[in-house]
Write a protein that binds this ligand. Structure first.
Ligand code: SF4
Ligand code: SF4
Length: 397
């Protein structure tokens, strides 16, 4: 069945909705801050869930409530800010995911979302592009990666769809490879055998459907004898770290690292040296999936600190309180204007720091921030942290 949650993720929606104490702490929701209607407020969504799922509710009422409920649930960026601050610790992300499943059951996904799902399922990437193009990033960067595929190694670089196929992310994967080569890490890649991590399917609430992606990728990694994987994508990181063990219901001992964690380790053991100073002032945008979903806070900062003479300034909202860029939760498929609105608050914070480089650890954030700074005519360079590391490692711009 496409739509169901792993047993331990399944929650009683009505019971949780009834536990909300209306404190309003979750008013920091980025969607509510922009749209300002109570129906988009996390506690407002819970109120609609109460109405929708109450026993004996009339069908006509359910149909009426579902209109605003499903609209609100797909206006959510899945940033986890509400759950992070909830006074009574409600597992809100699980609730939002289950409501997305209910929308699917009722045939209420928008066509773009359905189309993405079908593309991912049939082509195993988010763009619906041919598998043969999955190594386009290496060809464009003039890197011959063929000897790396099918190669047994203790560490695998999981590239992810955006870094593999998207022109805007063209430098991300080559940067990771440069770091691995320079530090002589013995690594492999899945190459044409890599499938989408399944993140878009999981974000839509499709845990059962996403299981195929988890199983495929994990089988490939096991075949190559991989003990650790590294990725520069926060969505892939969350999928491997949190979602795969649960959807597969099995313990597996492959360690999952974000590139910042590996870089921090390589710096500590003296293999990675960031010798070149970067004169531009730097700030860092914490991706929601790294910081709130997975609790990864310090590694990016530890790495940036190692850049000689670095001028670093935190964004006003940082770490667990970081603002969402607006690009998460598949919002781009549902309301691109809202993405821009949410993003403009982040751009204002970037402006406030007077940073000349905004680094981040997620292709979705990078893509969204690139659009935001362009819309705002802000003169700031948007870099993935792997690109920043290479710049400090090689001294090139
Ligand atoms: S996850 Fe983020 S966008 Fe969604 S309801 Fe919570 S705070 Fe709002
Ligand atoms: S923070 Fe939690 S308890 Fe308070 S209004 Fe929001 S969902 Fe309800």
């Amino acid at each position: 069945m496409f739509m169901s949650s792993p047993a331990e993720w399944h929650v009683d929606l009505l019971e949780i909705a009834q536990k909300c104490v209306y404190c309003g702490y979750c008013s920091l929701c980025p969607t509510f801050k922009e749209l300002k209607w109570e129906t988009y407020h996390p506690r407002g969504i819970l109120e609609q869930i109460r109405m929708y799922f109450s026993e004996g509710v009339k069908e006509s009422v359910q149909v009426e409530v579902s209109k605003s409920l499903f609209e609100a649930i797909f206006a959510c960026t899945m940033c986890k800010a509400c759950e992070n601050i909830c006074l009574v610790d409600l597992p809100l992300l699980k609730v939002w995911e289950q409501v997305r499943q209910e929308a699917f059951r009722k045939g209420r996904w928008n066509p773009l979302l359905l189309s993405l799902y079908n593309k991912v399922k049939s082509t195993h990437n988010i763009y619906g592009l041919p598998t043969e193009e999955r190594l386009a990033w290496a060809n464009l960067a003039g890197m011959n990666m063929s000897r790396r595929t099918k190669k047994k190694a203790p560490l695998a670089f999981f590239v992810g769809c955006q870094a593999s196929y998207s022109g805007k992310m063209g430098n991300v994967a080559p940067s990771v490879v440069k770091i691995l080569r320079k530090t002589k890490v013995n690594f492999t890649i899945l190459g044409l055998d890599e499938w989408c991590c399944g993140s878009p399917v999981f974000l839509a609430g499709g845990y059962s459907a996403g299981r195929d992606f988890a199983k495929h990728n994990l089988d490939q990694l096991k075949e190559l004898g991989v003990e650790r994987i590294v990725t520069a994508c926060s969505g892939c990181y969350r999928a491997f770290k949190i979602v795969y063990p649960r959807v597969l219901g099995e313990k597996w001992d492959i360690e999952v690292l974000h590139i910042t964690e590996l870089a921090e380790e390589l710096i500590k053991n003296g293999k990675l040296k960031l010798k070149h100073s970067i004169k531009e002032k730097i700030t860092f945008k914490d991706p929601c999936e790294l910081v709130r979903h997975c609790g990864l806070v310090e590694a990016p900062r530890e790495v940036i600190k190692q850049i000689p003479n670095v001028r670093f300034e935190e964004l006003p909202s940082n770490k667990h309180e970081a603002l969402c860029c607006g690009g998460g939760g598949l919002l781009k498929l549902n309301d691109s204007d809202l993405v821009n609105q949410v993003n403009s608050r982040l751009v204002s914070e970037i402006k406030y720091t007077e940073a000349e480089i905004v680094a981040n650890g997620c292709p979705t954030c990078k893509d969204t921030i690139l659009t935001g700074v362009k819309n705002d005519n802000l003169d700031v360079e948007v870099l993935d942290i792997s690109e920043l590391i290479v710049r400090a490692m090689e001294g090139e711009k």
